[in-house]
Every structure is written in structure tokens, then in C-alpha cells.
Write a protein that binds this ligand. Sequence first.
Ligand code: SF4
Length: 313
Amino acid sequence: MREIFARPKVVFSACLNFEPVRYNGQMVKDEFCEKLSKCVEVVKVCPEVGAGLGVPRPAIKIFFQNSEKRVIQVNTGQDVTDSIKKFSESFLDRIEGIDGFVLKKKSPSCAISDAVAYKTSRGEKTVLKTIGIFTELATEKFPNSAFTDEGRLKNYWIREHFLTRIFSSADLKSRSFNKPELVQFHESYKYLLMAHSPSLLRQLGKLVSNLKVAPMKEIVSLYSELFNKAFSVKPTLGKHYNVLQHLYSHLKEKLGEKERENMSRLLEEFSRGKISLKTIREIFRVYALNFEDNYLLNQKYLNPYPRELESEK
Ligand code: SF4
């Protein structure tokens, strides 16, 4: 049941495991980013080096001046906003088909929300958190891509969502559908979509159940838009529990009484967070294999991304 996955295209902050480009000439070691980089197409970027600031370099900070965000080198007082923006815009114009971004937390250039910024108003200095100057431009250019940082990826549910999103997006992009292929693709994503957005799953279902209403190109374009929108919605434990109940209903009549009791107990433990999604998926995969149940074996819900990226918590 080992699957071959389309490789998502992911932009990484270059200082995450790749190059010693931080202001102090170092890089950040991150075990998960290293693992992830082996399963995706990596696009590295260091907006500050790209802007010609060199390594090592004076640290920079964000200041709000008349509500405009400016990036200043603290030691020298030099305003480097325009050079970072210029490089970022030209870099972002050169890349395409990006499924996700893994950026360095807290960086004035790369942070997705937690760069420290200073604001002075009526003589009072306030400290606040904001998006990095590169990331702000990247979210404008790629509004449908998934953005995260190495800190957030340590959270199981954020990681699960990010991985599902980038691998689903890459899978969708790798296809050139005819009608039966789109129906089959949708069928295989039914439960994974349900874990994210039951309402968008319904809309997508309606779309594929009536493929005569518009030319295939238009349908695929609308399907892709709704599909990516569905995966941008966070899954919850409750939605996963609901999906697992559906999978259990599908299996139920093939199970003996003891197995049913055991399965009900496991699902209940999952709903209380006592056992992991990885474990419960593995149990369903084993049943699907034992019963040679192709309907379940084809469900992306049981295999949303490469197994080597799965973890217990
Ligand atoms: S956080 Fe961004 S700008 Fe800073 S060193 Fe890393 S890649 Fe370069």
C-alpha cells in the first residue's frame, strides 16, 4: 500500500537547515524540516542575502513609521526596506506553482506573524507582532498556498494540516483530468475532504455529479478552486471522528463481534485524544488490506502524505 506521491513545491527560508545565512553566520537545525525537504521540491530563499546585505550582517528590526512598516539595521540606522522588497518581488515573480512556504519564525523578513515590531505614537513606544516583509509580499502573490514556520510545524495538528494541504495540492496539479478520472479522483478524496470541510465536499460532489453543465476545462478550474479552498480549512478532532465513524460503518459488517467492540473502544479513545490519528489510520489500513477492500485502500484519508512524515504526536 506504499504510494507514490506527487512532490509539492515548497519555498523554505534558506537558514532552515540549508545554508548558514543568518545575520550571525549560522543556520537553524530542524529535524522535521530536514525530513520534509527530502519529500518535496525545495525552493530556497534568503531575502536579506538576496537583497545584498551580506553574511554576517547587522541585525534588522521592524519599525512602524507613520503606520508604514520599515526595516532598519539597528547598529547603522540604515533603512533596508526597499532593497529587501525589491529582491522579494523579483524572486516571487520568478517562481510559480508553489504549494507551500516553510519560513523562519520571528524573522523581520520571513516571519508569518510573529516578527517583533516597534511603534512610537505620542512619545510612547509599543511592541507588537507582525508579518515579515518578505512573507507579506509572498502571501499577496500566493494567496492560496499554505504558509507555516518551523515552530508551528512542531504542533501535531498544524503539521498534519500543512502536510495534507501541500500533498493534496501537488496531487491535484499533477493530473490532467478527463471526466471519469475526475470522478475517480473525487471519490478517492471524499473522506479527506470531509475531515476538512463537509460543506465544500458537498459542493464538489454536486459539481462532479453533473459534468455536462460546462466544458471540462471550466469544471476542472472550479473544482480546483473549491478543492484548495476545502483544504485551507483546518480539520478538527470532531471532524476526524466523524470521518472515522463513516469508515467504521463501511467496515462494520465484515467485523466479528469482538472486533466491533474493540473498534468502538478505539474510536471512543481517539475522540478523547487517547490514541493518535496515526494509530487509528494504521488500524484502518490493516483492515482494508486484510479484507482487500479497494474502496478503503483508495481513500486518500488513509494515506494523505508519505508515511515517513507521519508521527504519533
Ligand atoms: S530568516 Fe529569512 S532573511 Fe533571515 S536568514 Fe533566514 S532566510 Fe534569511
